[in-house]
Design a protein around this ligand. Sequence first.
Ligand code: ADP
Ligand code: MG
Length: 543
Amino acid sequence: TTTGSTYEFQAEVKQVLDIVIHSLYTDREIFIRELVSNAADALEKMRLTQLTENEVFGAELPLEIHISTDETAGTLTIADHGIGMTRAELVENLGTIAHSGSKAFAAALKNAGKSGDATLIGQFGVGFYSAFMVAEEVKVYTHSWRNEGEHLVWSSAGVGTYSIEEAPDQARGCKIVIKLKEDATEFAKPHRVKEILGKYSNFVGFPILLNGERVNTVEAIWLKSKDEVTEEQYKEFYKFTAHAFDDPSYRLHFQADAPLVINALLFLPEQNMEAFGMGQMEPAVGLYCKKVLIDPHPKKLLPEWMRFVRGVIDSEDLPLNISRESMQDSALVRKLGEVVTKRLLKFLDKEAQDDAKKFQEFYAKFSRFFKEGVATDFANKDAIAKLLRFESSLTEKGEVIGLADYVSRMKEDQKAIYYQVAPSRSTIESGPYVEAFKSKGYEVLYLYETIDEYVVSSLREFDGKQLQAVNSNEVDLGDVTTEGEALSEEDTTTLCGWMKESLTDGVEEVRSGKRLVNSPALAITPDGEMTPQMRQMMRAMKP
Ligand code: ADP
Ligand code: MG
């Protein structure tokens, strides 16, 4: 809504700002990282725009970030000559929720309800809005790279509304002036700002000047060898480039010379942002050629299920002038993705063996991606399958094992890997299906998610062993020792006939079998029929 030049923030933004202003007091310095990262993004977009556009406003301006402090006025200014914003872009970008971190934040707010768990909320980035942790007022002076753009200033105190007015003589880009709150004047002190910038400014691909002096030397840490990079640098790099607020769970930094020259630095996050109900993540492993960013979100580089992975892949074998479009179908890029994917899967398998507990915690949050991988990434499904974890008839509740563990303890006469899909451990253990398997000493995997059915049917086998559902017609257990007295053959035939008649079309066939120990009967799925879980899934998918 508009009243003259005054606009109202979108409701979700109001909510986010309310928390930012009133409840977030720790780590306030991160607002500088957010604004510098926005400036770097805008410069990066400008660099790419200049490659294709002839008509650029202020074409001669250097791609730099200028930061200045004014202790007397109590202000901090962060300026860039990036792409800037038009009026419509100001409204869209700084008046609604654009940032993925802010979206997660807003979603978490909803979930947390009135209790408003601030510690949880603190795990999300709120991008531009984080400035309001320290600002009494924020002004954004801007001119878009488009010649027809206006000279504008956006301003707000972060409560309810903002205004956009004309402001003559703006250079291309954004100049953000923060009038600091009384308790935040430390951020107008040059040495304090320099200290904060010191943590990540070297990861910014453009010069940063603080009060006119250069503070960063642009460095690509992924091109360095491991022993030249500290733990702290890795963490800061992750946070800065991935716009992340958590610490990475795993990190893989490697160089390869064959079949391609590759320098890769990959991170697996600690938090699964998709779990907060904010839709699919964008792929976020940036593609570089000799330190030059080709595409920050390449869609065809890594398989889609790996969209939660963050980091950088740099290959000097790529042609420098490769465009994002031609990149999509480049065989070289495909090869690059394949090599890195294989490497990451191998790395994870090793990590999972070395520290099973850590992997289990990670897997608990990210299992969906691996399951999706098994079902969709044909070339890698066996390697991904090694990472799947399930409870079983031999584990405690809450303890999980991998398929390799399962295979290693299979009985000599055991023909297949057995599993049951059901909502819970108690459903499985109180049902009739697993008893015969248990009596033979065969382990049964317990699969609790509806998609598991789909995952195992995509996988079909592991390590040369078929995966069979305990209620499948194919299961062959040989002889099972049953308890109690057996019915005569004649009585069995009569009973089966009567049951078939009574159950009419509900069943295809009723017959005697050797799969029960204590229970009188069980239902199995005929060959080529959908399993009950599949049917349930189909029903759930119907509108
Ligand atoms: P994100 O950076 O994740 O998109 P932010 O909340 O940090 O989210 O910023 C929101 C949007 O505002 C950005 O996506 C961008 O479009 C715009 N923006 C912020 N800062 C700048 C800037 N310095 N120059 C141009 N656009 C900017
Ligand atoms: Mg941002």
